[in-house]
Ligand binder design. Structure first.
Ligand code: PGA
Length: 251
């Protein structure tokens, strides 16, 4: 089963209007790097609309870094899936470990965000991943299974036909210490096997991204693994040349 690679840039809380414009312009001028891969950028909410204008009909997709589980109403500070769609997004990240840890988003809320995202026709990128403590305590697979099944049990497997999963070991995010290609493959294969128990066809087609200190120097080796279908890139997505090299490694 050949899956089209996807490289997503999670800008987190970085950038200014001027920096974003320069970064997007450079990505638009480097399109040959990702002719055979899908590319997605996730700027902060306030910059999404302008990013959409800059990207116009270019083959770079736009996504939210998170989304509200509710659809409308008195939820000060929140942004709904329909708003993301309205400004040109096709994707939303749900369950990023920073949201789970810093903003106390639990598995049940992540599942609701996944559902809210799909209800607007957007593709959720469901992040799962273990902490260093959990890995060292041999609990990696338990944690990944819990995070995955918390969503699967709510949505059913059919919902994963239009979803992306991202394996992001918490200890590798922003630390410069990436998982080895073998460590990534081991967990990606586990995720696919869990999905396979419910539907073999969907399991074979769902894209599973690796995230956590991906850079140009390690992307090719990690992306070469059988169950790694691209990357969710934080820090390295803020530098156009670095991000384009990562895209080229996936393509
Ligand atoms: P990083 O972040 O590439 O800076 O480690 C990845 C992420 O948090 O998605």
């Amino acid at each position: 089963m050949s899956r089209r690679p996807l490289v997503a840039g999670n800008w987190k809380m970085h950038g200014t209007r001027a920096e974003n414009a320069a970064l997007l312009d450079a990505l638009l001028h480097g399109q040959e790097a990702y002719a055979t891969a899908d590319v997605l950028v996730c700027p902060p909410f306030v910059y999404l609309w302008e990013a959409a204008r800059i990207l116009k009909s270019a083959n770079i997709a736009l996504g939210g870094q998170t989304v509200c589980a509710e659809s409308i109403g008195a939820f000060t500070g929140e942004v709904s899936a329909s708003m993301l769609k309205d400004v040109g997004c096709q994707y939303a990240i749900v369950g990023h470990s920073e949201r789970r840890a810093l903003y106390k988003e639990d598995d049940a809320l992540v599942a609701r965000k996944f559902v809210a995202t799909q209800s607007q026709g957007l593709t959720p990128i469901l992040c799962v991943g273990e902490t260093l403590d959990e890995r060292e305590g041999s609990r990696t697979f338990d944690v990944i299974a819990r995070q995955l099944h918390a969503v699967l049990d709510v949505t059913g497997i059919a919902a994963f036909a239009k979803a992306v999963v991202a394996y992001e070991p918490v200890w590798a995010i922003g630390t410069g210490k990436n998982a080895t290609a073998e460590q990534a493959q081991e967990v990606h294969a586990f995720i696919r096997a869990e999905l396979h128990k419910r539907d073999a066809t969907i399991a074979a087609s769902v894209r599973i991204l690796y995230g956590g200190s991906v850079k140009a120097a390690n992307a090719r080796e990690i992306f070469a693994m059988a169950d790694v279908d691209g990357g969710l890139v934080g820090g390295a997505s803020l530098k156009a040349d670095e991000f384009l090299k990562i895209c080229a490694a996936a393509a």
